[in-house]
Design a protein around this ligand. Sequence first.
Ligand SMILES: Nc1ncnc2c1ncn2[C@@H]1O[C@H](COP(=O)(O)OP(=O)(O)OP(=O)(O)O)[C@@H](O)[C@H]1O
Ligand SMILES: [Mg+2]
Length: 446
Amino acid sequence: MLWKGEILLQVGARALAILSALTETPGRLVGKRELLERVWPDGRVDDANLKVQISTLRKALRGCEGLIRSESSLGYRFLGETVSSDPYLDTQRRCFLAPRLLTEPIGRDDVIADIASLLKESRLVTVLGPGGIGKTTVALAIVHRLADTFADETCFVDLGRIARDDQVCEALACALDLPVGEAPALEQIQFALQGRRLLLVLDSCEHVIDAVALLVEQVLTFSNEVMILVTSRESLRVGAEFVWHLEPLEVPPPGLVDPAASAARYPAVQLFMRTAADVSDDFAFDDDIAPAIVEVCRRLDGIPRAIEMTASMVGTLDIGEIRRSLDQRLSLLESDRPVGNLLRHSLLSTLHWRCDLLPFNERTVLRRLALLTGAFTLDAAVAVAADDVTDASVVREAVVALANKSFLIVNHQISPPEYRLFETVRAYAASPREEEENAAERRDRC
Ligand SMILES: Nc1ncnc2c1ncn2[C@@H]1O[C@H](COP(=O)(O)OP(=O)(O)OP(=O)(O)O)[C@@H](O)[C@H]1O
Ligand SMILES: [Mg+2]
């Protein structure tokens, strides 16, 4: 907080809110009731709380305490002069730095524009999808390209850096530059966000999803203008949430006539080409190589991270070899060759971890759905996955839950909606490890 004479104050969110109210119109008597309502909107305080905060402020003013004058029992007046640019707002309306976009997103222009419009309407949008599909990339593109058209400022919080639910509020308080530890983080956040048209991005929420859901509901309740963009592999399941299922990058359909020219129009192939060209000066995209690359992009489900990783190996490995490995389902992922290592560590370990966290019913249904190669309806899922122990309703619930956790792609454009397993998930669910689980489950039942 600065005013003429420039003193830097370090005070909690409540004291800051009081000072802000007083300095909005220097010299005006601000009544106690007005201050109480503004600073404690839930009304659960008395005059004593106000006195404590005023006393804190005066102490912090060090020698200039006379700037805040009490008016008998009516209220308080600020006697100083504030500078015209309203430095309080300047301090508050800083843009909290989001990471730079390292590469230009391919094939997402419409999605980026649509999500930005949605945020203006519904204030809470979750970009949902499996690891590496491009959620953070889309969120960052919104922040850097469009946020200033609908928000005064942005705050980006990378929750991938924390491990536990109880660290969520503190992470947000830190991102907002609030003094952590002085008051409960949530209260500070509440005051800091009042009246601000801010885009809050909560990135990588899946591992602390319950705490984020709680925080998001509170922030939406106590602020009217904050918009929240969440990226997660699992939805929040709160009332106000609009879930945006982020689709993989589009891959070409089978049977291309003019392979190189036609394939190069599809974003998944464009990403492969761009990455391969970055790592290999010799890389040339022609009709000979195009069908193999299309096949690889398809096998990788159009997932950008998997495509980038595979394409970055083009310098050292023949594309035909990569494709042959992918043909044997997870053989590339489980291979001991150098080409497999990166992918194995990222995709396979992620799949192990995610499947291990699934409740028993969902994991059972997922294994059974691995028999279905194409798209399927809920009825088809029931036909394949239900039995006398796992009945139809359990299967239906499990399919919806698996979609909400990004194991399945849902196509809501058609009725009834169709579901499809990501190819990597399907291959994993049908792998020997999961087969053993199946066998163990059957043995347990006998
Ligand atoms: N549309 C795109 N065009 C080009 N590259 C992309 C695109 N989307 C994602 N990528 C690249 O793919 C990689 C993974 O993207 P990103 O980190 O956004 O995925 P994510 O869904 O947030 O993953 P996670 O769930 O692990 O956080 C990044 O290296 C990113 O640069
Ligand atoms: Mg991410």
